[in-house]
Design a protein around this ligand. Structure first.
Ligand code: NAG
Ligand code: NAG
Ligand code: NAG
Ligand code: NAG
Ligand code: NAG
Ligand code: NAG
Ligand code: NAG
Ligand code: NAG
Ligand code: NAG
Ligand code: NAG
Ligand code: NAG
Ligand code: NAG
Length: 603
């Protein structure tokens, strides 16, 4: 840094002046003194509770030693860089900063600078690097910045800047990085940005920009990173951008882009990440013709893409994440996807995919997450799926027509965290999932599963992170074991409704302290409602409706003060409705019909 600037003309003079300037109060170094005064003036607009500016003192002449200051090796010594990143400074940037005429780098990011971006920054003709990102700056971006002819990096992201992006910025011909993301900028992207010959990074994400993506952007020779996501851009992806030879990251998510995906998009030899999620793209996914693609992340979800998934996607041999969910894709899942050696995340959910899942997909040892819910997939899960998918964390196959048993091999998929098989036609006994310590979410609802001797419940008590257990809408019969009370302390919701469970409700249910959702309706439970229910202080929804419960409603329900829904209808409950129910002030839905109760309902 210290060698950055050395005006060649004045070497002997500089040595001479450097000597004198090191002697304070000689008063011959006017330019130097003006830097010192400018810094003191700047400080007067700021507050730095953590002491970042303590060394900036009027009694000290040695401003080159002040915290955050770098001076160039010239005489008289001049400030060439101001680095005050992450110093907890607040206040506004005063125009006197413009008197630091040798300033090349101004790095004030991640503080609490407020007010406007002073237009006087445009007077800093040597400025190469301006970073005011992560502050609370307001107002517009001053068009005068265009006078900074040496500017290479412009960072203003994460502020509250509004108004349009000044097209005049395109006069800063040396710009390499423009980051204006996370502001409130409006209007369109200046097409003149296409005239910036050295631009590498363009990040305008998370604003409210409108209009089209200027085709001129594709003419940048060095462009490597474009993020225009989370705006209100319309129109199509310019063909010129999709076949750029340098672009490595293209992020256009959450806009209103339309049209078909450019044919060249998946065939560049540079793109490593394409994120087009949440737009209105139509037509089919273009095929892959290149043999060796660097593409690692392909996100096309939440669009209107149709047609089949091209089997040539299987030639994207570097893919880590492939997300195609929420489209109108049809046909079967191509076998070739299963041969991508590195694929970790595959999401195909909410499409119209049909047929069996190719065995190659259930054989991907790299796969961590497979989401294919809400399609029309059929067939059985391979008997050894827990061994072949041995890295799987999330397996989400709900809302299809899978049948056959749940393979016992899944109990060997040690990393399994989220298993969702609901709404299929799985048959047989519920396996003992206790060997899966990471299991958080187990949803087997709406299948044709049975309970054998209910041993799976005590096994599940091993899953100490279990948060959600849904077994509703199956063929579970027999008595609910008391070991239900040994399920995880963190269990938040338990769905046992719509089965054929009989016998009493085990009082141990009161041990499940974290429960907020408990559905046991539409079974054949008999006996009393256990008073221990009153221990479930977090309950919000509770239904014991449509059973054969008798006796009184326990007083303890009055302890369930967060409860919003209480359904006890269609049982044989009798006696008085406990007055304590009046304490459940959050109740919005209470159904006690079809019982033999008397007394008053809470007002
Ligand atoms: C610095 O001190 C001089 C004289 O002591 C005073 O005139 C001047 O206003 C001071 N400047 C600042 C910025 O405090
Ligand atoms: C921002 O500054 C705070 C301290 O003020 C620090 O903890 C945090 O890591 C900084 N963040 C970045 C991205 O530099
Ligand atoms: C720059 O310094 C001069 C005096 O040296 C002063 O008159 C002028 O107001 C300063 N400029 C700014 C923008 O503060
Ligand atoms: C600005 O500084 C922040 C760190 O405080 C950094 O994350 C960012 O990349 C820098 N550059 C730009 C252009 O914002
Ligand atoms: C890229 O697209 C432009 C505009 O459509 C076209 O002229 C050019 O030939 C394409 N280049 C490549 C390498 O495909
Ligand atoms: C992958 O590329 C090879 C070589 O070009 C080709 O023979 C094969 O058909 C491609 N695979 C798919 C699924 O398109
Ligand atoms: C899925 O396919 C069925 C007919 O096979 C059709 O009725 C339905 O509209 C399709 N759904 C979507 C989202 O494309
Ligand atoms: C599964 O993968 C193994 C090697 O990883 C391979 O030998 C086997 O043929 C594959 N099976 C299927 C059905 O693709
Ligand atoms: C419960 O976990 C222990 C070790 O954590 C294991 O040895 C045991 O077999 C597990 N129980 C069941 C029923 O899977
Ligand atoms: C449930 O836990 C209690 C106390 O921790 C223990 O005594 C009992 O044996 C457990 N019951 C079952 C069925 O695991
Ligand atoms: C709880 O009950 C309310 C009706 O009171 C319902 O809107 C909500 O969906 C229920 N929550 C769950 C998770 O079932
Ligand atoms: C209460 O439950 C009965 C059936 O058990 C049902 O007919 C009635 O509509 C329910 N009332 C309310 C308000 O939901």
């Amino acid at each position: 840094m210290a060698t950055l600037l050395f005006p060649g003309l004045c070497r002997p003079l500089c040595l001479f002046l450097a000597f004198f300037c090191s002697l304070p109060l000689l008063g011959i170094c006017k330019e130097s003194e003006s830097d010192r005064q400018a810094l003191l003036c700047l400080k007067s607009g700021l507050s730095a509770p953590a002491g970042a500016l303590t060394s900036w003192s009027n009694v000290s002449m040695e401003f080159c030693n002040w915290h955050g200051i770098t001076c160039g090796v010239m005489s008289p010594r001049r400030v060439i860089a101001l680095d005050l990143e992450s110093q907890g400074i607040s206040g506004s940037i005063r125009p006197c900063i413009a008197n630091l005429t040798w300033l090349a780098r101004l790095q004030l990011s991640n503080n609490s600078f407020g007010g406007g971006v002073p237009s006087e920054l445009g007077l800093l003709s040597r400025l190469t690097n301006l970073n005011l990102s992560m502050n609370t700056l307001e107002g517009t971006i001053p068009p005068q910045l265009s006078a900074c002819s040496q500017l290479q990096v412009l960072g203003l992201w994460k502020n509250s800047l509004s108004g349009e992006i000044p097209a005049s910025l395109s006069q800063c011909k040396r710009l390499q990085e423009i980051n204006l993301g996370k502001n409130k900028l409006q209007g369109s992207i200046p097409p003149a940005f296409g005239n910036l010959p050295e631009l590498r990074i363009l990040d305008l994400a998370s604003n409210t920009l409108t209009g089209n993506i200027p085709p001129s952007l594709g003419s940048f020779r060095y462009l490597t990173y474009v993020d225009l996501g989370i705006n209100a851009l319309g129109g199509v992806i310019p063909e010129s951008l999709s076949n750029s030879s340098s672009l490595q990251v293209l992020r256009l998510m959450s806009n209103s882009l339309t049209g078909e995906l450019p044919k060249a998009l998946l065939n560049t030899l540079s793109l490593g990440a394409i994120c087009l999620t949440q737009n209105n793209f139509v037509g089919s996914i273009p095929s892959v013709t290149v043999i060796s693609s660097p593409l690692k992340h392909l996100y096309l979800g939440e669009n209107h893409l149709s047609g089949r998934i091209p089997s040539s996607l299987g030639n994207l041999s570097s893919l880590l994440h492939l997300r195609l969910a929420d489209n109108h894709l049809v046909g079967s899942i191509p076998e070739s996807l299963g041969y991508i050696p590195t694929l970790e995340i595959l999401t195909l959910s909410t499409n119209n995919l049909s047929g069996p899942v190719p065995p190659s997909i259930f054989n991907m040892s790299s796969l961590k997450s497979l989401g294919a819910f809400d399609n029309s997939l059929v067939g059985i899960l391979p008997i050894d799926v827990g061994y072949t998918l041995h890295n799987i964390k999330d397996l989400i196959l709900s809302g299809n027509n899978f049948d056959g048993p749940i393979p016992a091999s899944l109990l060997k998929a040690y990393h399994l965290r989220w298993l969702d098989l609901n709404n299929n036609r799985f048959i047989g006994f519920i396996p003992f999932f206790g060997s899966l310590p990471n299991l958080v979410h187990l949803d087997l609802a709406s299948n044709e599963l049975e309970a054998d001797d209910w041993g799976f419940v005590s096994s599940l008590s091993n899953c100490s992170r279990l948060n959600m257990l849904a077994l509703d809408g199956n063929n579970l019969n027999g008595k609910l074991p008391s070991s239900i009370g040994n399920l995880s302390d963190s269990l938040d919701s338990l769905w046992l409704n719509s089965n054929q469970i009989f016998g009493p409700i085990p009082p141990e249910i009161g041990n499940l302290k974290s429960l907020s959702i408990l559905y046991m309706d539409y079974n054949f439970f008999t006996g009393n409602i256990p008073p221990t229910i009153g221990k479930l202080h977090n309950l919000i929804n509770l239904s014991f409706a449509q059973n054969m419960l008798s006796g009184q409603i326990p007083d303890t329900v009055g302890n369930l003060v967060q409860m919003r829904l209480l359904e006890l209808d269609h049982n044989s409950l009798s006696g008085r409705i406990p007055a304590s129910i009046a304490r459940c002030t959050q109740l919005t839905k209470l159904n006690l019909s079809y019982n033999s109760l008397d007394g008053l309902l809470p007002g």
